[in-house]
Design a protein around this ligand. Structure first.
Ligand code: PLP
Length: 402
């Protein structure tokens, strides 16, 4: 069909049936969440809305496993990254960033732009950072110059996880007072995160991944220690200022609250905390992630694609990055999968562009969606002439029925 100036024709082949969306964020939005957001506007100080808001506030803290403070912003994850830094640090402060991949690099770049000094702990993205090097960096800092350790819990670009609880252990063991900051943007609601038990001081999250919502708001959970650091921080800030927020009824949002998203959040929290249960949500993510890895490991059999993450201890339960065999372009496979089979996947970021594609297995997903995605990707590999061992889906099925 021909398009118009306002509604140009879709560049994709029109296909019937659903788009199978296997991106690592944004993610699929459950129908009941979509319907819950179809609300007329309401005053964000209306008591009817405040009841929903307060319930969401407490529900989100249950997902974070915290009883401490929560600040929210109308911004994507980048906003919460920035808010978290400018509220607890002062210009010139030193932060330590264990390298995980594109997202730890981007957070480090943001730190530099905002006027903080950055020390990174370099790592092989395929194996994950060596925690002994994190220990060494903290131990060497006898003057306690490092004010915060910024960790990406789930590196969405590499499909790896960083054991935040072990970083806490290292801080305790070395007696280092730095704040522990965690980016849980692609792990929260997918696999376990325990803010209070793990002694995380600052936790960054966003709406559009494990929480199964549209993109549109992000948040920081802050410990008492983080609030104490906030009181002495001299970094300029306005929209993101926690002091400003604490003076407000909502204790968040300098400006208009995205009310419709809160109706969606209320439903998403009901699904996660009441209908399925958080532990069952984690178990489902783990089960689907194992199936995806079984499939990719099978494909690798005939000089085919491999798991990008070579360290089983660091495998992510939310996203799997698939390393292409030398000389084959990941973008060609993604294009075929999208245009011919209506399956959307994530591309390789930064230095991984063209070298990996990423299968998101987080959020509102079940077995048939994963199996359909993997089967279609196997077709796309064949169409693109990429060597692989056939039968990856059988391996995924075997994993699911084990
Ligand atoms: N951190 C991680 C781990 C991410 O996966 C992303 C986005 O994918 C971000 C930060 C940035 O968040 P946003 O794109 O919502 O600004």
């Amino acid at each position: 069909m021909e398009g118009s100036a306002l509604f140009p024709a879709s560049p994709r082949r029109m296909a019937r049936g659903r788009l199978f969306f296997a991106n690592p964020g944004p993610t699929n939005i459950p129908d009941s969440v979509l319907l819950a957001t179809a609300r007329a506007s309401i005053d964000f100080n209306d008591p009817a809305f405040l009841a929903v808001y307060d319930a969401c506030f407490e529900g989100l803290k249950r997902v974070l496993k915290t009883e401490q403070h929560l600040f929210m912003y109308t911004a994507s994850g980048h906003g919460a990254w920035e808010a978290s830094l400018v509220n607890v640090l002062s210009p010139g402060d030193l932060v330590l960033i264990p390298e995980t991949g594109h997202f730890s690099d981007s957070w480090a770049k943001m730190c530099g732009t905002l006027g903080f000094r950055v020390k990174t702990v370099p790592a092989d993205w395929r194996r994950g950072v060596d925690l002994a090097l994190v220990r060494e960096a903290l131990k060497a800092d006898t003057a306690h110059d490092i004010r915060a350790v910024c960790c990406v819990h789930n590196e969405t670009a590499a499909g790896t996880r960083l054991p935040i609880e072990r970083v806490r252990g290292i801080l305790d063991e070395t007696g280092h007072p730095a704040l522990l900051m965690a980016d849980t943007i692609s792990s929260l609601g997918c696999y376990d995160f325990r803010m209070d038990e793990w002694g995380v001081d600052v936790c960054v999250g966003g709406s559009q991944k494990g929480l199964m919502l549209p993109t549109g708001f992000s948040f920081t959970a802050a410990s008492e220690r983080a609030l104490a650091a906030h009181r002495t921080s001299t970094h300029p800030r306005h929209y993101f200022d926690w002091t400003e927020m604490l003076a407000r009824r909502q204790r968040s949002f300098v400006g208009t609250v995205p009310t419709t998203l809160f109706y969606g959040l209320q439903e998403a929290l009901r699904l996660m905390l009441e209908e399925e249960g958080l532990e069952a949500v984690f178990a489902r993510h783990a089960r689907l992630a194992r199936a995806v890895r079984a499939c990719v490991q099978h494909w690798g059999g005939n000089s085919g694609p491999q798991l990008f993450c070579q360290n089983p201890e660091r495998w992510s339960d939310s996203v799997t990055a698939v390393q292409m065999p030398e000389g084959h372009d990941a973008e060609a496979v993604r294009k075929i999968a999208l245009e011919r089979y209506n399956v959307s996947t994530g591309g390789g970021l930064a230095k991984l562009a063209g070298k990996v594609f990423r299968i998101g297995h987080l959020g509102d997903l079940n077995e048939p969606m994963i199996l359909g995605t993997l089967a279609s990707l196997e077709l796309a590999l064949a169409d693109a002439g990429v060597p692989h061992a056939k039968g990856g889906v059988q391996a995924a099925m075997a994993s699911l029925s084990a």
